[in-house]
Design a protein around this ligand. Structure first.
Ligand SMILES: N[C@@H](CCC(=O)N[C@@H](CS)C(=O)NCC(=O)O)C(=O)O
Length: 232
């Protein structure tokens, strides 16, 4: 199938960012060619600070004058300029899809709390919030291939990076909800096999994420460190 080539689209990225992954998955699904520039968020380049109003990735450069920020705005733009939509046409279903994309963002916040928690108590607190999100999600899944039936949507693009964290985390910590929530588990498996999802990160994503977590000096980081030491 031909690819759509919208001149000069550049995605300013970070190699681990889940919001960047959403944009890459949408661009790939919609067959839009783009250039990716990864930046160091701990040492943001001046040109990036000038162009990104919130100083966050992803940022999408449409041309030299036009920059889009916020993953949802970027993903909706990508969707709008494509011939086919990854959102439902029915207004109510589409509104629900957007709401669940927001739910994915809230789950990402809990994941951030989990890997940053300094003490075991803080970690368990973040874990219980995450577990509660998973149970809510599970109750709202029907067991279909994708979130909304048999077609990949922007909700799938938002949840794939959420699920991917656990490809690393479950190597060194236990997350019972991953197997107990069976609809979410099978959806996670399906998404992991999707080419657009696979190629949204580098092949060494798991060791890179593990190293990132260890650098947080957090409770989960200590579990990751123990795991690596045992393997040596
Ligand atoms: N709401 C934003 C969140 C993006 C975000 O949090 N990006 C993180 C990396 S994953 C970032 O750029 N952090 C740098 C900072 O906050 O200084 C979106 O959806 O694009």
């Amino acid at each position: 199938m031909p690819t759509k080539n919208i001149a000069q689209i550049t995605l300013i990225s970070h190699y681990l960012c889940p919001y960047v992954q959403r944009a890459i998955i949408a661009l790939t699904e919609q067959r839009i060619e783009f250039k990716r520039i990864d930046i160091d968020l701990a040492n943001k380049p001046d040109w990036f600070k000038r162009l990104s109003p919130l100083g966050k990735v992803p940022a999408l450069l449409i041309d030299e004058q036009t920059v889009l920020f916020e993953s949802n705005a970027i993903v909706e733009y990508i969707n709008d300029i494509s011939g086919s939509s990854l959102l439902a046409t029915d207004p109510l279903t589409r509104a629900k899809e957007r709401a669940w994309i927001e739910f994915a963002s809230a789950t990402l916040n809990n994941i951030g709390q989990l890997y940053n928690a300094k003490t075991e108590a803080q970690y368990l607190n973040a874990l219980s919030m995450l577990e509660s999100k998973w149970c809510t999600l599970e109750k709202n899944l029907s067991g279909s291939t994708f979130f909304n039936g048999e077609h990949f949507s922007l909700v799938d693009a938002a949840f794939a990076p959420v699920f991917r964290y656990f490809d690393a985390f479950e190597k060194f910590a236990e997350f019972k909800f991953l197997s107990l929530c069976t609809h979410a588990a099978s959806w996670r498996k399906t998404l992991a096999l999707r080419p657009s999802v696979k190629t949204a990160v580098a092949e060494d994503y798991i060791p890179l994420l593990t190293a990132f977590v260890i650098q947080r000096n957090s409770y989960l980081g200590s579990l990751a460190n123990n795991y690596l030491h045992k393997r040596r």
